[in-house]
Design a protein around this ligand. Structure first.
Ligand code: NIG
Ligand code: FE
Length: 407
């Protein structure tokens, strides 16, 4: 690698990124090569060595070998660095106030995680003015972008009243198009569970649906059971939202089965799967989204990624950023954890955090670098994607473009 990598700000027209040692396209037809552990299958990273990438406006117009790349209005020499599709973080809870550092400290001293901590954040979130919540979300989205995340999903779930859930989603929708109604996060303290489910699928859904693309339910012992989950999903699907579920985070349960039954885009966490859960995911269009930073921050057992991959399930990696179980926006950290603790290959982990995340959001314009895709790219201060896990904790992100603009 040579020199520094300086994207020009306020750019218009076309731009050619040159001097790319390794380009991850996630488009095998471009790179024509698969990498990974031959024993565990291959990953279609579509790698191109000595590559160029050309943007025109907000789109990719060329991704391939440097020889043969078209000219462009501007050119940046990346000096032998690796370029990846922008990371797609398909699971985050960004609308909240306050923190839970004391809970984390107690947990690291031996306390178990319980969903009850959510109430602490609900109280702080309800008490916060709109501009504080808005600034908090903006700070986290900007922090994620600096670390290469060019698309981020954002859930409500720390309001748990009709007005507080609606404002959470209104604020989230100002910063991302991937918004998820999670009124069914926990039953608020002092509320009858059946009455709360009726509120969630009635007036709360009506107030939130205009700002949400997705609906999520924390389907878990201590949160919402199978019948409650189905009742909420039925109403939300009628309102035009597509399901994604928190499933089998703290123990085995019906969440994965329900996710597959409802054609959910994703079943998230998947930490305690049964054999039939794995088979159901593998035979479905529902992505298994793994969140190893949550297990790291709660000192819990990790999900069995190898079992899911061996069965043929589609796996995504996301941060689960929230103040209780995973207070990080760093996809590079999640990739390093996935490689070390989930035994994914670096190629599998990178694919899961880019193309996998895009599949979990049912998007085909992101998570890949090929003609027609959105011009979202991450430049590493390293010659290959492997360095994200090989040099964990290092400041790898040299530059980020989102929709063709330097971030
Ligand atoms: O994904 N499991 C449900 N929701 C979050 C945790 C929320 C919290 O503890 O504040 C999660 O881990
Ligand atoms: Fe979550």
């Amino acid at each position: 690698m040579t020199g520094r990598c300086e994207p020009a700000a306020g750019r218009r027209g076309s731009l050619r990124l040159d001097g790319i040692a390794e380009l991850v396209t996630n488009a095998p037809a471009v790179g024509g090569r698969a990498v990974g552990d031959p024993a565990a299958g291959v990953v279609p990273l579509g790698l191109v060595r000595d590559a160029a990438l050309v943007f025109d406006g907000d789109r990719v117009v060329y991704a391939g070998p440097r020889r043969g790349a078209p000219d462009a209005d501007d050119r940046v020499d990346l000096g032998g660095r690796a370029v990846l599709p922008g990371f797609v973080d398909s699971h985050a809870h960004l609308v909240f106030a306050g923190d839970r550092a004391a809970e984390f400290t107690a947990r690291m001293a031996g306390d178990p995680y319980t969903a009850g901590g959510i109430h602490t954040t609900v109280a702080a979130t309800r008490a916060a003015p709109d501009d504080v919540l808005r600034a908090n979300v903006a700070t986290l989205v900007a922090e994620a972008l600096r670390q290469g995340t060019t698309t981020i999903e954002c859930k409500s779930g720390y309001g748990l009243t009709v007005p507080d859930e609606a404002r959470s989603l209104r604020i989230a929708a100002e910063l991302t198009e991937e918004t998820t109604f999670l009124g069914a996060h926990v039953v608020p303290a002092g509320t009858d569970p059946d009455a709360y489910v009726d509120t969630v699928r009635g007036p709360m859904l009506a107030a939130c649906a205009p700002y949400a693309r997705w609906v999520d339910v924390f389907c878990e012992t201590g949160a919402f059971d199978a019948d409650q989950t189905r009742a909420i999903l039925d109403a939300a699907v009628r309102a035009g939202l597509t399901p994604r579920l928190h499933a089998s985070q703290l123990g085995p349960g019906p969440g994965v089965r329900i996710a597959v039954e409802y054609g959910a885009a994703s079943a998230d966490h998947c930490t305690h799967l049964t054999a039939s859960d794995v088979d159901a995911l593998a035979g479905s269009g529902t992505v298994a989204t793994l969140l190893p930073a949550a297990e790291f921050c709660t000192r819990s057992p990790y999900a069995d990624a190898r079992r899911l991959l061996a069965a043929g399930a589609t796996v995504a990696l996301a941060t689960d950023c929230n103040p209780g179980t995973s207070y990080t926006t760093s996809i590079p950290f999640c990739i390093a954890l996935a490689v070390r603790e989930l035994r994914m290959t670096p190629a599998e982990a990178v694919w899961a955090a880019t193309a996998g995340g895009a599949r979990a959001l049912r998007r085909d314009d992101i998570g890949r670098l090929a003609v027609g895709a959105r011009a979202d790219a991450v430049v590493l201060d390293a010659p290959s994607h492997t360095y994200l896990a090989y040099r964990p904790g290092m400041p790898h992100i040299a530059a980020v473009w989102r929709a063709g603009q330097p971030a």
